[in-house]
Design a protein around this ligand. Sequence first.
Ligand SMILES: [Zn+2]
Length: 230
Amino acid sequence: MLKVLKREFTCPHCQNTFEITERVAINVTLDPGLKNKVLKGKIFRHTCPNCQNEVMVLNNCMYHDLEKRFMVYFMIDTPKREYRIPIGQDGFGDFGEQYALRLESDYNRFRERIRILDTGFDDRAFEITRYLVLQELQKKMPEAEELYFIGTPEGLIRFQIIVKGKATRHLDIDVNLYEKVRNIFEKFPESHETVNALRRMDKQWLNDTGILERVEKIFDAESTENGRSL
Ligand SMILES: [Zn+2]
């Protein structure tokens, strides 16, 4: 598969035109040094040779981790919910079961998706957990819009609470909550994925599949039995 694309670019600071090399495919199993560059947001940065200013130039990019068995395609601003991989081309098509194939159209979500999968989470169970936590949070803090995953310090899952599109304070949850959700989700038929298309894994997926309510029902039944709650 084609890994880089060269094109002319005009610097917005000094109007100098220079050639930039865009990465359109990143395989971190074959090229491990690139992982940190992606996570740190450096992969789309280019330095103007004339004025030395750094500019961010986003481009569509496929991120692939063969070992951890996931692929995330960053397709800028696409409204698509699914993107079919041309089977048999460029070595695609032999994924087997439980290969996460994801589609993202927002740069921050692209990096977040990689972090979630790179940490070793089943991102479907992760999304269920995220929205269960968000629902609970919104009862006390209705202005909270989203939770953005930052990392896993000391057995916790750390989110940043997004209010009016801006990152505010942190929210930590016990990783056990995710484990519980994953155990429930594993029994659902949706946990067996068809693996020939890159798909979005987001709030709409939870709504379309009705998964959130199904998990909640099991949670409620269990907590009535055990006197515990979320
Ligand atoms: Zn310049």
